[in-house]
Design a protein around this ligand. Structure first.
Ligand SMILES: NC(=O)C1=CN([C@@H]2O[C@H](COP(=O)(O)OP(=O)(O)OC[C@H]3O[C@@H](n4cnc5c(N)ncnc54)[C@H](O)[C@@H]3O)[C@@H](O)[C@H]2O)C=CC1
Ligand SMILES: O=C(O)[C@@H]1CCC=N1
Length: 278
């Protein structure tokens, strides 16, 4: 099977590298195209053997499975380009949450699915969020699951939950890194701990915590229970964090959902403009 990637930015490249690293895809079965060819060429240097196409049409024509890895605002342009060549037997996988499956199915004849990936796949871990479209048979769905289990823990989700699930699985690494960074800054500012020491302590702590969760049977709750000895220091800290973070995370979800609605609206408008032109 030949795999095509349209868009080789942060996530398109991440997926290609993860699929090659996991041996799920052979480099010479991968064809990529990007608006600026240089970026695709750089990816080809990292993954020798992949083919850089001259344009998206070539990628769409030659691949059995086409990944659409562009941002919401670039979708209409890409769909306009490839819609005449996409065949009903081809898989088309979009990794963009505010582009709805029904809109993709209206524009393309292929078997459409939405899969929201995560930077964690670079470490062959994290959840990929799978939303097979209406043209996916049980067999197709099984194939999709198998493919993504090579680089991640696939999880089926309802399209209506895309944003919330993606906030946790896909934005999560950036959110967590931000929290940890702010924590180290506070350690330096409030206590005078050298920055290098604070950063190293936090990094090792988070790696260890991940291992406890993944390999040692801990849950988020049992971790807190084991560390917070009765009457101890951690319990005091947990009270403060509960008070501070609950409103912050509520606001975070409201904010990401607002941005999602805006993007969704813009994408829908761009599709309507395209239909009027026809
Ligand atoms: N970065 C992440 O961790 C995640 C990103 N996503 C989604 O993946 C999509 C892409 O995101 P990123 O890779 O982070 O963005 P990016 O900006 O790094 O990459 C987008 C790429 O698309 C290319 N592009 C734009 N128009 C094009 C066209 N007409 N033809 C070919 N290539 C074109 C750009 O040159 C760029 O290389 C977004 O919808 C994002 O929401 C989903 C989950 C995680
Ligand atoms: O920042 C973004 O829009 C994308 C969506 C999920 C992760 N990154």
């Amino acid at each position: 099977m030949k795999f095509g990637f349209i868009g080789t930015g942060s996530m398109g490249s991440n997926l290609v590298q993860a699929f090659v690293q996991s041996y799920a895809m052979q480099p010479d079965h991968i064809i990529v195209s990007n608006r600026t060819r240089d970026k695709a060429e750089r990816l080809a240097l990292d993954c020798p053997g992949i083919h850089v196409a001259d344009h998206n049409l070539e990628t769409a024509r030659k691949a059995d499975c086409i990944f659409l890895c562009v941002k919401p605002g670039d979708f209409r342009h890409v769909l306009d380009e490839i819609q005449d060549v996409v065949r009903p037997d081809q898989y088309v996988i979009s990794i963009t949450s505010p582009v709805m499956i029904r809109d993709l199915e209206e524009h393309l004849e292929g078997k459409i699915a939405k899969v929201i990936p995560s930077i964690c796949h670079a470490a062959l871990s994290g959840n990929s969020l799978l939303i097979p479209g209406t043209r996916f048979s049980d067999e197709d769905t099984q194939w999709l699951y198998q493919l993504f289990s090579c680089i991640s823990e696939p999880l089926y989700i309802d399209e209506a939950h895309t944003r919330a699930a993606s906030d946790l699985a896909s934005c999560g690494p950036a959110f967590l890194a931000n929290i940890l960074e702010q924590w180290t800054r506070a350690a330096v500012k409030v206590t005078g701990l050298p920055e290098e020491t604070a950063v190293s302590l936090v990094e090792q702590m988070v790696i260890g915590t991940g291992k406890l969760l993944s390999e040692n049977g801990f849950t988020l709750q049992s971790l807190q229970d084991r560390v917070a000895v009765p009457g101890g220091i951690t319990r005091e800290g947990l009270h403060l964090l509960n008070d501070a973070f609950t409103p912050c995370f509520t606001r975070l979800f409201q904010l990401t959902h607002m941005k999602f609605s805006e993007d969704l609206h813009k994408v829908q408008q761009s599709f309507q403009r395209a239909e009027k032109k026809l």
